[in-house]
Design a binder for this molecule. Structure first.
Ligand code: HEC
Ligand code: HEC
Length: 365
């Protein structure tokens, strides 16, 4: 009886979440979704199983009908991801800031923001790209909705790769191995190497970087997949109302919210989505990030200002919910967050052999 109830609640939440995923209109600062209420259960548990309906397991794949994930295209995207020749100084690749051999973030624990081409500093902390393709929007400020939409403008930023669209096309078209690979991956595309096909290839690769974890097994009904301590932490996470913002398939990644909802967030300088929309209501509003792999992706927040997950958990409760957590409660929540970490497919997170430059390949400048 209880399992039937759980199954039907999970199905319901999957439908609701699928509907949310399709909503690309990207409303800023939408009201937090209410936590599903559920009847009391006969078993004593650290949480009410009905509450699990606000979560959902990772999908098996994040496909987009107009960018099919063929093996050729994904392999091409993987090469481009690791290729430093895409940056102006030929000194950084996408992987320099989104290191897929580690956490999909920049892996530099001490650095709040990342270092781009010619040692320039970015203005924000690099988020992990693991599972990012499934998030409702891209960037801390939700500036783009699909991964493919972000790539070219992102590479052109002076502080990341400093390579505008025409430079990217010039470099990639000068490398014979890439030209052959684009022909195989995009048999219908006229221009062979274009900003669009480049975005499609890198986007296809990013779409494959999913990290299923013990959490997904647990949501699938395997109670033993989480330890007693992790289940207690899940209970504390739900009691602290973290799920009003961090829920769904990605435990986040589904809405924008103000940083400092209950009380003003200390030392905020970044205006967040205000930069994009110029609307006063968007001042200090950011995408609620996924918490999958969060135990591996510090330092945290858009500015990388906090490096302790326990400290940040207490701050989230204080400033986002208006509750105080004890150190013990915060530690317990962090124990639960550890269960969200998973591994991306092994063959996709290795540096592939890159095709050699041709005679016309530009030198670094
Ligand atoms: C110098 C560091 C740097 C390099 C190089 C870099 N990025 Fe990023 N990336 C960032 C930062 C910082 C952000 C956050 C931007 C923001 O919100 O303002 C980001 C955001 C992203 C996101 C959004 C993820 C999310 O969860 O919102 C994706 C996807 C992404 N980058 C892909 C790429 C790709 C593909 C490349 C190579 C073409 C690349 N990045 C190169 C630093 C970098
Ligand atoms: C009202 C919405 C809201 C609530 C409630 C909330 N958060 Fe957040 N959370 C956010 C936003 C927005 C950010 C991103 C802030 C930024 O851009 O710097 C964030 C960021 C985080 C991060 C940093 C992730 C990263 O990759 O840098 C962690 C960890 C986190 N939250 C945990 C929690 C926990 C634990 C709770 C419950 C105590 C909680 N949050 C409650 C909105 C919320």
């Amino acid at each position: 009886m209880r399992s039937l109830l759980v199954v039907s609640l999970l199905t319901l939440s999957a439908v609701v979440l699928a509907a949310c995923d399709d909503k690309r209109s990207n409303p800023s600062a939408v009201a937090p979704a209410p936590v599903a209420s559920a009847p009391a259960t006969p078993n004593a548990r650290p949480f009410d199983p009905g509450q699990l309906a606000v979560f959902a397991p990772l999908p098996a794949s994040i496909e987009r009908p107009d960018n099919l994930l063929t093996p050729e295209k994904v392999a091409l995207g993987q090469m481009l991801w690791f290729d430093k020749r895409l940056s102006r100084g030929q000194d950084v690749s996408c992987n320099s800031c989104h290191d897929v051999t580690r956490s999909g973030a920049d892996g530099v624990d001490a650095a709040a923001v990342s270092t781009g081409t010619k040692k320039r500093k970015t203005t924000r902390n690099a988020p992990t790209v693991f599972n990012a393709a499934g998030n409702f929007a891209q960037g801390w400020d939700s500036r783009a909705s699909l991964v493919e939409e972000l790539v070219v403008a992102h590479a052109a930023e002076p502080s990341t790769m400093g390579s505008d669209a025409s430079h990217l096309v010039e470099v990639v078209s000068s490398i014979p191995g890439y030209v052959a690979s684009f022909k195989k991956s995009f048999p219908d595309a006229k221009g062979v190497v274009t900003p669009e096909t480049l975005s499609m290839a890198l986007g296809a690769y990013a779409r494959k970087l999913l990290t299923p974890s013990r959490w997904d097994k647990f949501l699938g009904g395997d109670e033993a997949a989480l330890s007693t301590e992790e289940k207690a932490g899940l209970g504390a996470f739900m009691d602290a109302s973290c799920t009003t913002c961090h829920a769904g398939k990605y435990v986040g990644g589904a809405q924008n919210q103000k940083l400092g909802v209950a009380r003003a967030w200390p030392n905020m300088t970044d205006t967040g989505r205000f930069e994009i929309t110029k609307q006063e209501v968007d001042r200090g509003v950011f995408k609620v990030p996924t918490l999958r792999n969060v135990t591996k992706t510090g330092p945290y927040l858009h500015d990388g200002s906090i490096s302790s997950l326990e400290v940040l958990t207490q701050m989230m409760a204080r400033y986002q919910v208006g509750k105080e957590l004890t150190e013990g409660q915060a530690r317990s929540i962090v124990t639960f967050l550890g269960a969200l970490a998973g591994d991306a497919p092994k063959d996709l997170v290795q540096k592939p052999d890159l095709p050699p430059s041709g005679p016309k390949t530009p030198k670094p400048d």
